[in-house]
Write a protein that binds this ligand. Sequence first.
Ligand SMILES: [Zn+2]
Length: 483
Amino acid sequence: MSLKERIIVAYARTKLSSRKVSENVENPLHDWVELKVRNTFKHDEGFRKALGRATLGEIDRRTFEEYQLYRFRRQMAYVMENSPYYQKAYAEAGVRPEDIRTMDDLDKVPLTDPNALAEEPFLFLCLSQSKIARTFSTSGTSGKPKRLFYTNDDLLNIVDSIAAALRSAGLKSDETLHIMFPAVVAWDPSLMLESACKVAGLRSVVCSDVNVEEQMRVMREQQARMIIGLTSFIYRVTVLARDRFDLRALGLKAIICSSEPLSEAVRHELEDAWGCKCLSQYGLTEMGLATTIECFVQQGLHINEADFMVEVVDPATGKRLPPGEEGELVWTALSFQGSPLLRYRSCDISHYILPPCECGHAIIGKIGKPKGRLNDATKIGLGEHIFPALFDEAIMKVHGALSYQLIIDKPSYRDHLHFIVEYNGDLEKGKEEVLKAITGLEEIRSGLENDLIDPIEVEVREVPHDFTPKRRPIIDRRKRFDA
Ligand SMILES: [Zn+2]
């Protein structure tokens, strides 16, 4: 680092709340969130007025919800003043910030459609472009790419959120984080994580090599204590390395699986191979990625609710659903200034879990592990719903199975399901076991029994030399009359 860079980093570091939380507290994420609420109370008269209290006292869930609602109103006023999109949308709906007093009032605020953002990103920009430090385009796996704008403070906020999440997974400042995303992905989370660690004062090393020996060499040399990376990439290295290396001997503390869903089958394989807990991390690119992380209880992902509000709505009606009920996740960025999104539809399906959690979290809530995208689900046979998570569980349970893709067609009156599976080991045996796992699913069996599905076709392929990022898990080629 040059002197100038060092000064910038040192200055940025002083602004991070995550640095102010001691390394030895039981639950760093909890302390971090609490710190943020206390800071707002101390410096923001509006919040003190909204609470109607002179002292904050202990922060319980109710106080925390008041904090979120206050931040929501403030953010709503901000976008109404600065974003042409929200100005128009909220004027048309006739809703004002002061109308939002309870969580139920949020139903009055229109949802933000991802297509609107893709079509006209500049309508969401709240500041002059000179104040924007970085523009970020989403990979556009589903539809048009979207553009987001971040100020320096927004970026620091993301760094803070990443650092708090890594700490809550147990990473200490003298330990090394091994960052493992394939270089082929269009966006580069490695770079973002590496700079976040640098600013936050955490040690990290990036290794994007597809070569398993190289991955192992770097991990040993740098004494990696934690891995974070793309789920399918970590899984690939694990499957190819576990018979040749003693992975447990590395003494890892945890593995954080990011950017793709983590099925229980894959989790089990990873934990068994490395001898440590494997945690799931989920983040929406439009929210700056670092928004949730699983705790060691492994029953849901804690949300950084100091900066993000999560709601679950009925995808058909857009109405809020009570905690525990499954629906579409809707996100609000409570802190961003560049192009903050409010009540933004994610198309991801999950449910909200109220605190407390067994890990000790009493204030912030969780979401269940996201089940995949809304538009990835489809129906077969008698109308049985199938979605990627279903096959993630079934197929990945087969030892040696690495990834799959399902192609659905309808050459006659029956649905035809063609699975292409990457497999490490004896291909004939692999084929047999994968077929058994698929036909064991209730959703498939009923279709077969009622003669609405062709016999399942399984094609097993060797693991290719290069890593290819996950393709769409389900491709539906059926012609539909209603399409
Ligand atoms: Zn927890």
